[in-house]
Design a protein. Structure first.
Length: 139
């Protein structure tokens, strides 16, 4: 009888060891899958952070360029207005300032103006687009 108990006890111990081995391998496999998934997520997170930093850097560069362009345009407009005042002052002192421009000369200039407008992608000649002042036809 003692032999049967020993065999049963040994069988129970072997079954417990087998169950423990099965559970340990099962949960170790799940652990390895989680480690792999975690590694992939960490890599994706680092890649997303790098992309975000690159986009932030590009936006900063574009904003700097836009600010520089706006400043250059403002300086150019101010210089143009200064030149306009100087030219108007000089024209007022000229003896021909009171003489009307001949219609033929005015029409040549107006035609040239319309040719310049048509060569751009803006609105067609004869229709103001806001960026250039409209010129009344002298014809």
């Amino acid at each position: 009888m003692s032999n049967k108990i020993t065999v049963i006890l040994a069988a129970v111990i072997v079954l417990l060891l087998g169950a423990t081995l099965y559970l340990s391998l099962h949960y170790y496999g799940k652990y390895q899958a989680q480690v792999t998934a975690n590694t992939v997520l960490v890599r994706e997170n680092k890649a997303a952070d790098a992309a975000m930093q690159n986009q932030t850097h590009l936006i900063t560069i574009f904003n700097t360029l836009a600010g520089t362009t706006i400043n250059a345009q403002a300086n150019n407009n101010a210089a143009g207005q200064d030149r306009e005042v100087v030219i108007q002052t000089l024209i007022k002192t000229e003896p021909c300032a009171g003489v009307a421009v001949p219609a033929a000369a005015g029409n040549v200039l107006l035609d040239h103006y319309h040719q310049l407008r048509e060569s751009t992608d803006d609105s067609p000649a004869g229709q103001p687009d806001g960026s250039l002042p409209a010129v009344a036809a002298a014809k």
